[in-house]
Design a protein around this ligand. Structure first.
Ligand SMILES: NC(=O)c1ccc[n+]([C@@H]2O[C@H](COP(=O)([O-])OP(=O)(O)OC[C@H]3O[C@@H](n4cnc5c(N)ncnc54)[C@H](O)[C@@H]3O)[C@@H](O)[C@H]2O)c1
Length: 339
């Protein structure tokens, strides 16, 4: 195969990031797009000079496509991913993988049976400092891990939720935990390993939406380490911070900034000079579209080499399972244990 030919389902906000990044990749080509909104479809297809399909099944009949990127509202990810896999296409699905475990499993199993690659967009995993942090954890540089935290203190106002009918609905989107926090929930699990149990509260305090606009959760990891997640879309008057912090016997790392794009603290015993260098190093900032570019590059490489993407369906399922555990705990008022 000379290059990888992409189709995109859903021509909204995030689809443009994918389309721009496909154009920037030498071994990738954007061939076709699909949207049920004829105006969104027309504008998008014209801008990128690609084929436009109002009917998704019709796009799947197009023989010029190797992979479909699912950029539709979250409640549609599983069904549209399954259809793509059944047509023999590789699937790159925007986060979250699905909104229920049954849907996630259906998508994972269908892709495995069809022999196609399934990858989930978790672009934070490709940030250089998160990869360095992962390798510090894996090398044992922290000694005994005591605890970790993930915080999203952002603002999504009424206009944001009103901008598309699916936003803030439980069956189509979920709330701040499922939509905004899932990236750093994924990072937390990747760094700290499996979760044994979770206890959570969620609430809808300030926005007129069905799902939660604030949530807090405490976790116990299988290792015995503890975790805290705090997520809110209610923070006045604008985004404040997104933070991941890992604490151990011999190490402390805090990644922060508005979108977890900067190393704030990097301390390991006996390595002060290195530590300062890591925090100050140029190019360590991780923001903008670089994450999506890395996700697409990883997908292209997996397809061309027959390898595995960094975040496959089973990997992407883990954060979903934890967020659904948070929801179940908040609903029942009881801790939720994972098998
Ligand atoms: N990785 C990230 O950082 C990131 C960022 C933003 C959004 N997302 C995810 O991307 C997805 C889309 O988000 P968005 O902000 O682009 O939403 P959006 O509302 O801007 O775009 C969604 C598009 O899908 C179209 N659509 C709806 N139903 C359809 C159907 N049945 N068939 C074809 N098209 C359909 C809509 O008309 C719209 O154009 C969500 O799942 C969201 O969680 C991920």
């Amino acid at each position: 195969m000379a290059g990888v030919r992409f189709g995109i389902a859903g021509c909204g906000r995030i689809a443009r990031v994918h389309a721009d990044e496909i154009l920037a990749l030498p071994q990738a080509e954007l061939v076709a797009v699909n949207d049920i909104d004829p105006y969104a479809l027309r504008d998008f297809a014209a801008y990128y000079n690609v084929k436009g399909y109002c009917d998704y099944e019709e796009m799947l009949e197009d023989q010029d496509l190797d992979v479909i990127i699912i950029c539709t509202p979250s409640g549609l990810h599983a069904k549209m991913g399954v259809m793509a896999a059944c047509s023999g296409r590789h699937v790159l699905v925007e986060k979250p993988l699905a909104l229920t475990l049954a849907d996630a499993d259906m998508l994972v199993n269908t892709c495995e049976k069809a022999g196609v690659i399934l990858a989930v967009v978790m672009q934070k995993r490709f940030c250089r400092f998160f990869q360095m942090l992962k390798s510090a954890v894996d090398k044992g540089s922290f000694g005994i891990l005591s605890h970790a935290g993930a915080t999203v203190r952002w603002n999504r106002d009424e206009a944001y939720y009103a901008s598309n009918s699916w936003r803030g609905k439980k069956a189509e989107d979920g709330g701040v935990m499922m939509n905004q926090a899932i990236h750093i929930v994924d990072i937390l699990l990747w760094l700290m390993g499996g979760v044994e149990s979770v206890f959570a509260y969620t609430a809808t305090r300030c926005r007129s939406i069905e799902a939660e606009d604030v949530g807090v959760a405490v976790l116990k990891f299988r290792s015995g380490a503890l975790g805290v997640i705090e997520a809110a879309s209610t923070v006045y008057p604008r985004n404040l911070e997104q933070t991941v912090a890992v604490f151990g016997e011999k190490g402390t790392v805090v990644v922060g900034g508005e979108k977890a794009e900067r190393v704030m603290t990097w301390r390991f015993s006996g390595t002060e000079e290195d530590d300062r260098a890591v925090c100050l190093e140029e190019g360590m900032s991780c923001s903008g579209k670089s994450g999506h570019r890395a996700v697409l590059r990883d997908m292209v490489k997996a397809i061309l080499t027959g390898g595995q993407p960094a975040v496959d369906g089973r990997e992407g399922r883990k954060a979903l399972e934890t967020v659904l555990g948070i929801y179940r705990s908040a609903e029942t008022g009881m801790p939720v244990s994972f098998r």
